[in-house]
Design a binder for this molecule. Structure first.
Ligand code: FES
Length: 214
């Protein structure tokens, strides 16, 4: 019998078999969930921040992705722990892939996904603490850009691309989004929570209303 050959090196396999910093964090100071448009996989990163030094004191991740994604989540959380937000933001997917001793080229998007998620979690912290450098007024483009980060669980693609956003208005600091699903759909509650999470940290928004098509 021929022995099966793994496309991954030993470092990747080690981080895949025994990933560091895995799990959910209770009451995190910031978090982000990102999905890959390439494969539909998802990763969530949670941060605990020392507000004085703006340093990451704890970090955890959950991955619904492949071995590369789990290994990258493990390595970047190890790299980011103890760094300032500024330092952690500068971690690139190339550095993550290098720290893993290389990834197969068709798996590079998996580390792009994990690094992108870390940057979004940092951004989430900054938004929640009014640290955003240039304050962009929330308009339709800003909202749609954020909704592109909410996955449609029916297809694994984002909710904008899959036409789940039936209607969206912004008026006097209130965003109203209508999702093209009935409110008793099995994914309705999940989508509501994710849309709220993406929109309620916007600095000039007081309320987010979510409707379904019934
Ligand atoms: Fe989807 Fe790796 S194939 S994250």
């Amino acid at each position: 019998m021929t022995k099966m050959k793994f496309p991954y090196n030993e470092i990747v396999l080690e981080h895949f078999r025994d990933p560091k910093n895995v799990g959910e964090m209770e009451n995190p100071d910031a978090k982000a969930t990102e999905g890959s448009p390439v494969c539909g996989d998802m990763v969530t990163i949670y941060l605990r921040i020392d507000p004085k030094e703006l340093r990451i004191t704890d970090i955890k991740f959950q991955s619904y992705g492949c071995a590369s994604n789990i290994a990258t989540g493990s390595i970047i959380t190890e790299m980011a722990k103890g760094m300032t937000l500024e330092e952690a933001r500068r971690i690139t997917w190339k550095q993550a892939a290098e720290a893993l001793g290389g990834l197969p080229s068709i798996k590079m998007h998996c580390s792009v996904l994990a690094v992108g998620c870390l940057r979004e979690a940092i951004k989430d912290y900054e938004e929640r603490h009014g640290m955003v450098r240039e304050r962009i007024n929330t308009d339709e483009a800003v909202v749609m850009e954020r909704l592109k980060h909410v996955m449609n669980p029916l297809t694994g693609l984002d909710m904008v691309e899959t036409n789940l956003v039936k209607d969206m208005t912004i008026e006097d600091g209130v965003i109203e989004v209508t999702i093209d699903l009935p409110s008793d759909h099995q994914f309705a509650a999940n989508l509501r929570a994710e849309v709220l999470e993406k929109l309620d940290a916007l600095w000039d928004i007081q309320e987010v209303k979510i409707n379904f098509t019934d």
